[in-house]
Design a protein around this ligand. Structure first.
Ligand SMILES: [Zn+2]
Length: 507
């Protein structure tokens, strides 16, 4: 069984499913047809609220610092936009090359520096010609003329590193002297005509993406992210971010954590640690996290189920045939019996039990498995309370939400599960076509363009490509690696821990 949490690739390209207005351009999700059932919005909004300053495409602390340094340099030298772009791109090429020289093999705990994959041929050959590598386009390290600033820009503004402007401009929290002390060497390398990989190795322990935690720029960023001196009323967003970091570091300090989303997400969703632990029980955001991680199981279930249905459509297929294939994957039982067969979702003390997690590992065929995950989520509607429930439900009365599933299953108790699945197939196809139509655009030649991979014509379905089934990212992986590369967390022997300086910032 493969469950992808969609991560950023080495070039920092948009992952299959990205999460946030922080970086996404309006219409990007439309263009990719990425949200065919439109069930992701609530989780994406909540994550954006809970992790301000980090997105699904910002895994590296040192890019925050580098872009700040570029802003300072551009201001000091009164650079034009093209000149600032060139300086930024050359510096990012230098950062990629130094990082490759420091560890030619990818690290287990950190994505590669942005652009390393695109530069791989040159890096392995040992020489990077700056004037070629920095040119945006298919032969350069990046396609965008602003390099990898785009993915980070919103976060850098949120954190006060940058102000808003047509180029990176210093924000209120920028500390030029510190950034120069940490990353000034990159500006010197950026001025070189040629970078020789062997010669760069000696810069690795100062300038690599992996060593920010031991450098002045890392300490500076850690302080911005954790806000240890935050005054009450300094802003809801920084308060929430601090709470999320406190939560993450507390789980890391008390549990074996190797992968952030997988291992921390489990503690956030299930069990009684959040309410019994002396630290986490005092963190307001904990309840919202619990609700949103639980809800994400349902969102992921819809995405997997839909992807499976679309996969069935090979060639032109009547919708009845797809509905029958869905039904054939399910046991011959009533909905009532199906609901009774679900594992317990709550302990005797009221703590959520890991039903959805266990169901995903139980080995049932995908449609049955994900239907059971949805039913487990529906049962939580009456079990959760307070902030957890609010964060779990989101906006009320929404189609395909947990309450909707609960009502549908409850009404169908005497019916056969297979018949419910057939009806659901029609509902989902209708919904996907409605959503695609709502996002449709008129092409310049006058024809209608529909952002969907599944099309219907006269009761026959056909698909143009496969549908994604990755989970909505909770940004815990990115927050984790940003914290690691600014010195709050440390990875050793397949295990994360909180550093001494990290503890001082969050306690
Ligand atoms: Zn390194």
């Amino acid at each position: 069984m493969v469950e992808h949490t969609v991560a950023v690739d080495g070039q920092g390209r948009a992952p299959e499913l990205v999460d946030g207005p922080g970086w996404s351009r309006p219409g990007l999700d439309v263009a990719a047809g990425r949200y065919p059932l439109s069930v992701e919005r609530h989780v994406m909004r909540m994550v954006d609220h809970l992790v301000p300053g980090v997105t699904a495409v910002t895994p590296h602390a040192r890019y925050y610092a580098l872009h700040g340094l570029i802003a300072a340099q551009a201001a000091a030298e009164d650079l034009t936009v093209p000149a600032a772009q060139t300086l930024l791109r050359r510096s990012e090429v230098a950062l990629a090359a130094v990082s490759f020289a420091h560890h030619p093999q990818a690290l287990e705990w950190l994505p590669r520096a942005h652009g390393v994959d695109a530069l791989a041929r040159r890096l392995h050959a040992g020489t990077v010609t700056m004037s070629e590598a920095e040119v945006p386009g298919k032969d350069g390290y990046v396609r965008n003329s602003w390099g990898f600033w785009g993915p980070y820009a919103g976060s850098e503004i949120t954190l006060g590193i940058l102000g808003t402007g047509p180029l990176p401009v210093p924000g209120p929290r920028l500390d030029t002297a510190t950034l120069r002390a940490g990353l000034g060497g990159l500006l010197q390398l950026a001025a070189e005509d040629t970078l020789n990989v062997d010669d760069l190795a000696s810069f690795g322990d100062r300038l690599c993406v992996c060593v920010g935690g031991e450098r002045p720029d890392g300490a500076w960023l850690a302080n911005l992210l954790c806000e240890p001196d935050a005054q009450a009323g300094q802003g809801a967003r920084s308060t929430t971010r601090r709470q999320t970091i406190q939560l993450l570091t507390r789980v890391v300090a008390t549990h074996p954590v190797r992968r952030f989303t997988r291992d921390i997400g489990h503690v956030l969703a299930f069990g009684d640690f959040l309410t019994t632990d002396a630290v986490t029980s005092g963190i307001d955001a904990a309840g919202a996290w619990r609700g949103v991680v639980l809800r994400n199981y349902s969102v992921g279930a819809w995405r997997r189920l839909w992807s499976w249905l679309v996969e069935q459509v090979d060639g032109l297929l009547p919708i009845e045939e797809v509905a029958d294939r869905f039904a054939a994957e399910l046991p011959d039982m009533t909905v009532d019996a199906f609901l009774s067969s679900l594992p317990a979702t709550q302990s005797t003390t009221g703590a959520p039990l890991p039903a959805e997690h266990d169901l995903r590992w139980a080995g049932d065929p995908l449609p049955l498995r994900e239907l059971r995950v949805l039913a487990a989520g529906a049962r939580r509607v009456d079990e959760l309370s307070g902030r957890v429930r609010d964060a779990f439900l989101g906006r009320r009365g929404v189609e395909l939400g947990p309450e909707w599933v609960q009502r549908r299953l409850d009404e169908a108790r005497p019916m056969k599960l297979r018949d419910v699945a057939r009806r659901l197939t029609y509902d989902l196809v209708a919904r996907s076509q409605r959503i695609a139509l709502a996002k449709a655009r008129r092409r310049t030649d006058g024809t209608l363009w529909l952002p969907t991979r599944l099309h219907e014509r006269g009761g026959l379905l056909y698909r143009t490509s496969q549908e994604g089934r990755g989970d909505v990212g909770l940004r815990l992986d990115q927050l984790g690696t940003v914290l690691a590369t600014c010195g709050v967390l440390h990875y050793d022997d397949q295990h994360w821990s909180v550093t001494r300086s990290g503890r001082a910032l969050v306690d």
